[in-house]
Design a protein around this ligand. Sequence first.
Ligand code: SAH
Length: 224
Amino acid sequence: MRRTFAEEPDRWAEARERMVRDQIAARGVRDPRVLEAMRIIPRHVFVPPDKQMWAYEDRPLSIGHGQTISQPYIVARMTELLGLQGDEKVLEVGTGSGYQAAILGYLAPEVHTVERVPELAQQAAARLAALGLPHVQVHVADGTLGWPPAAPYDAILVAAAAPQVPKPLLEQLAVGGRLVLPVGDRYQQFLERWTRLGPDDFRHERFEPVAFVPLVGKAGWPEA
Ligand code: SAH
């Protein structure tokens, strides 16, 4: 799978190099595997055709249905906070374009990603399949409830803003596992990492401020 990407450098490869150097490494992301994933996965494939020219710029982009693909740095930063070694089962909540899921799929052998908007899930699944990432599975569901059929997870990433940490996600974390998510109000949140040290023992860390679209669901924000 790695080989397919590496052997077919596309005309955007240079833009990706610059993105990694100037936006991601320059801001302190050091994990070499995360930097490699960001260099290899083609972000332009995950944005609407009329926005491709901005695919490697330092900002989120609108992907329709009122949703966005996150800023590249934030994708890299959250991925780094998960501390993936290469043998994990990973859950993502909020598939959106599928870009973050592809990055996770480059780094881990089993990824489940849950999206509540069926059209976004369909498009993301098609892109992930076309890129040769069949071990990244897209599910349509309320991700605030996690994805019980494949639990527990070694790592969980939530790509939408939660009012508080959804309890089902803590419950679906393996011992030793990490949950990374933005927690706060509708306009600003902080990145948090919850590490399950034992069955009833969690360590909680807080990082930089971020701004995500709301996580809407049973253990998130009510439907607008
Ligand atoms: N990770 C995405 C960006 C996600 S934007 C990417 O790389 O492009 C946040 C996404 O979370 C949106 O697509 C939104 O529809 C979805 N979302 C919001 N609440 C959700 C929920 N409860 N379950 C699943 N998906 C949800």
